[in-house]
Design a protein around this ligand. Structure first.
Ligand code: AMP
Ligand code: MG
Length: 408
């Protein structure tokens, strides 16, 4: 009997075997969303680049004697965002100013317009004297010029792109997105849109895996179908060797029509096969003609779960991620008993909700077979049950992995 590999061991071995793809030419920053930085980045300009107002109001000199006495001040200039300040503020004067506009010389504080009274002669009076720096956004208050803003391996998500743009960057060195080929195996599979012949089912994994790969930052080069015979399978895999990685579905079990491992062994190497995981036990990983090949089980729930736990992190590593994001997890309380046999770590399909006391409650779907796709669309999480865990009662605490956006 093959010993079943622990999920965490498998993930480490898989990640250790992969390198980020070599960085290509820099990308214009507007096209860099979803990539990972290949080098550290320093701010080219300070953010903000000049001191400016945080409010619509009046710029004043907080030490001005006229202001401190409570005198009405003359509005000597008006500065809009994008405008330039006029001469330095004289004593007894203030500047009308709007959010984002630069402060005139001599001004060191802003009084909000709600706290100003406009007199008939156009002068303004303030009840309170602001402290120096009140409602002023100082130059470099967010980021100093030359400061390290981002590190190699950081993901270029919308907020980081915004920060890098604010700091004056225009092109970014990035790792390329991994280009993947998806190959589904199975003589029973029929393409969507074609009437089913006897014994056929629709190939749901092809489109699901392509979507998961794209949502994980990969570029899908090709989606092909291979027959359940070693020669035909090898021919299809040979057409996929232009990809950075091959994601294969089906044919990794111990059935008589399961040829993925055999073909992998004959034209590369099998790094590991069979995990202490449910669903997803037959998962195989290796190299086909030097390309990483992920052999996912054909049952759609197993394919999705192994993609989430193993393929997505691998694609992130190839894409240059410094830190591989583990799926988000929360503690939750079971609302009903759950059946669990020891031996494999189980990711059961479940549904969680926030209970009346604000705590997270979860129940397992009554149908845990790995072909039951509807358990994934009705449900909204996976319940992560440790390898040696046995049956659980209502009220026990478990960890859940919400299936958010990209995985649902
Ligand atoms: P296999 O891993 O090839 O033994 O397939 C396990 C089960 O998953 C079988 O019932 C297959 O018919 C089904 N299956 C395999 N590939 C797909 C696919 N691409 N789409 C939907 N079901 C599949
Ligand atoms: Mg099959």
């Amino acid at each position: 009997m093959t010993t079943l590999l622990d999920l965490d061991t498998a993930l480490h071995r898989l990640l250790d075997s992969l390198e980020p793809l070599p960085a290509g030419p820099s990308l214009p920053i507007a096209e860099a969303h979803g990539y990972y930085l290949a080098c550290d980045q320093l701010a080219a300009v300070a953010v903000p680049p000049f001191a400016n107002s945080a409010m619509d109001g009046y710029a004043v000199a907080s030490q001005d004697e006229a202001l401190r006495r409570g005198d009405a001040l003359v509005v000597s200039q008006r500065i809009l965002a994008g405008g330039s300040p006029g001469p330095a503020l004289a004593s007894g004067c203030c500047a009308r100013i709007f959010t984002g506009a630069p402060l005139p010389d001599g001004a060191d504080a802003i009084i909000a317009q709600e706290d100003a009274r406009i007199l008939d002669d156009g002068r303004v009076q303030f009840d309170d004297v602001p402290g120096s720096g009140n409602f002023v956004r100082p130059r470099g208050g967010d980021v100093e010029a030359g400061a390290k803003l981002a590190h190699a391996g950081d993901p270029l998500h919308p907020a980081r792109l915004a920060l890098l743009i604010a700091a004056g960057l225009e092109a970014l060195p990035v790792h390329p997105r991994p280009r993947v080929a998806i190959v589904t195996t199975g003589d029973e599979l029929c393409a969507p849109g074609t009437p089913l012949a006897a014994g056929q089912i629709y190939d749901s994994n092809a489109t699901m895996l392509a979507a998961l790969a794209r949502d994980s930052g990969a570029e899908v080069m090709a989606v092909t179908h291979a027959p359940d015979d070693p020669t035909g399978l090898r021919e299809v895999l040979d057409t996929a060797t232009g990809a950075d990685a091959i994601i294969c579905s089906g044919g990794v079990s111990v059935g008589e029509a399961d040829y993925v491992r055999e073909v992998l062994a004959s034209a590369g190497e099998v790094s590991f096969w069979k995990l202490a995981l449910k669903p997803g036990k037959p998962f195989a990983y290796g190299r086909f003609r030097g390309r990483p090949l992920f052999g996912l089980p054909g049952n759609p729930v197993s394919a999705l779960v192994t993609f989430l736990l193993l393929v997505r992190p691998a694609l992130q590593r190839m894409a240059g991620a410094k830190a591989i994001e583990a799926p988000v997890r929360f503690p939750a309380t079971l609302t009903a008993a759950v059946r669990k046999r020891p031996g494999r770590r189980d990711f059961q399909r479940g549904e969680y909700r926030i209970g009346g006391d604000g705590r997270i409650e979860v129940s397992a779907n009554s149908r845990q077979d790995s072909n039951i796709l509807s358990a994934l669309t009705v449900g909204n999480c996976l319940i992560d049950l440790p390898r040696e865990q046995r049956d659980l009662d209502a009220g026990e605490r478990v960890w859940i992995l919400p299936l958010t956006g990209w995985a649902r």
